[in-house]
Ligand binder design. Structure first.
Ligand SMILES: Cc1cc2nc3c(=O)[nH]c(=O)nc-3n(C[C@H](O)[C@H](O)[C@H](O)COP(=O)(O)O)c2cc1C
Length: 200
């Protein structure tokens, strides 16, 4: 049986196609790429969590998301900016892993611009009195009780800004894996946009 022929141009086509899917994932919550798994380092222990994709820029090779400035993930990224962003589309059996370096924007022009784009319902997540991920003595949803079942008033919502951070991940390299019954395809794209096959 002969091997299917895959060349660098095919890899470029896959890469461009996946970039389009990721861009669609910014706004389209039905697209699996609307969410990704962010892994950071907590001292020597990796920690991963689900994140909503807020922006993806193919030219500057950046991924953006929002987070609470008080959260462990932000502390970890401030200490060690190396991280990975993992995307998986189960229907098409494609996994993309981006190795990245993070920059945190807090209380500055970029974070303000991102804050202005957030919806009122998202802003209440930044209005909690407790630092995210701390241990509580009893159940507390960590949002103002009066906004449990409704969006915060516009004026009130700005109280959340003091806890809001906007994060940009600069992609260093990409690892793309496409599963096929007749032979998986895996390749990487390095920081100089060089495409190379990699072993499965
Ligand atoms: C579907 C989904 C989307 C999420 N999106 C975000 C997000 O965009 N930003 C964020 O900081 N946390 C998000 N979270 C919460 C994180 O996964 C995590 O539980 C929380 O932020 C605490 O993370 P940390 O303790 O590692 O900082 C999301 C969780 C789920 C389940």
């Amino acid at each position: 049986m002969s091997l299917k022929k895959i060349n660098i141009n095919d890899l470029k086509n896959i890469y461009n196609r996946e970039n389009d899917y990721i861009i669609d994932g910014i706004k389209n919550s039905k697209n699996p790429y609307h969410f990704f798994t962010l892994a950071t380092l907590s001292n020597i222990t990796p920690q991963s969590r689900t994140i909503v994709l807020r922006d993806y820029d193919v030219n500057s090779k950046t991924i953006s998301f929002n987070a609470d400035y008080r959260s462990p993930k932000i502390k970890q990224l401030l200490k060690n900016k190396g991280c990975t962003a993992l995307f998986y589309d189960n229907s098409r059996k494609i996994q993309i892993r981006f190795d990245c370096l993070a920059t945190i924007f807090y209380n500055d022009i970029k974070s303000k611009k991102a804050w202005d784009k957030t919806q009122l319902q998202s802003r209440k997540c930044y209005m909690g009195v407790y630092n995210p991920s701390i241990v509580l003595d009893e159940y507390n949803p960590n949002i103002p009780i009066k906004y449990l079942k409704r969006d915060p008033d516009e004026n009130d919502s700005h109280a959340g800004y003091k806890n809001f951070a906007f994060v940009k991940l600069q992609i260093q390299s990409s690892d793309i894996l496409e599963l096929h019954h007749d032979g998986h395809i895996r390749f990487k794209v390095d920081s100089n946009s060089k495409f190379s096959f990699i072993a499965i």
